[in-house]
Design a protein around this ligand. Structure first.
Ligand code: PCA
Length: 216
């Protein structure tokens, strides 16, 4: 039996016509090597509903690893998220025009969960491959953080050995062309970056010890 790896990407939001996370992830559907096979799912950019789709996919596929991916317009590199926090505080409406403010994702849940991906090793390997990458200390408070927190909470509650985390990616060049000054990354580089994230997660059950924090 091959290990199942679930990759998720989001539908477009905030007036964009594409979401690079889905464009990248969909290219990896069915990718398999030796011990694993990749399945992908698209998530709606809607509080609550996005998490339902993730939970359904996890129950159905029983993946060993889940890497959720989202667009972070304006970020300059592949950002491997360290921490998900228990709050929805939407700077923009979701795709059902809902704006949640300072609402817990899980009532009574812990303030935060850490990624269980080898985040330092992933950043290290991405940089070795010539791809800009860094550890990110916040996944924001919109739908991406919502999915990340909900995913980590259920992994914790179910007591599974499933490892999970979140990666934010920059705009694609064609999106950045509409946002002058914003950074971008080519689709093929993002796809290669996600391949590296998958292989590195499989290779490292324990993370590397390498500085990746910030002073502010
Ligand atoms: N990015 C948003 C939600 C969907 C996406 O791709 C976020 O960072 O919250």
């Amino acid at each position: 039996m091959k290990k199942i790896i679930l990759l998720t990407g989001f539908e477009p939001f905030n007036k964009e016509t594409i979401n690079p996370s889905w464009e990248a992830v969909r290219q990896l559907d069915g990718w398999h090597e030796g011990e694993f096979v990749v399945h992908v799912r698209q998530l709606p950019c809607v509080f609550g509903h996005a998490l339902k789709v993730v939970h359904r996919a996890v129950e159905e596929l029983q993946p060993s690893i889940v890497i959720a991916v989202g667009q972070a317009g304006g970020r300059v590199d592949i950002s491997v998220e360290r921490v998900a926090i228990n709050v929805d505080d939407a700077p923009i409406p979701d795709n059902q025009q809902r704006v949640l403010v300072d609402q817990a994702i899980v009532n009574g849940g812990p303030a935060a969960y850490f990624s269980t991906l080898p985040i330092k090793a992933i950043v290290h390997e991405l940089r070795e491959a010539g791809l800009p990458a860094s550890v990110s200390q916040t996944a924001g408070t919109f739908v991406c953080n919502h999915v990340f927190y909900g995913l980590m909470h259920s992994a914790h509650e179910w007591g599974t050995t499933m490892r999970a985390g979140f990666i934010h990616i920059p705009y694609l060049p064609q999106q950045a062309a509409q946002h002058p000054g914003a950074a971008s990354m080519k689709l093929e580089d993002v796809v290669e970056g996600l391949r590296i994230a998958v292989r590195t997660t499989l290779a490292h059950t324990v993370d590397m010890r390498e500085a990746g924090g910030l002073t502010h």
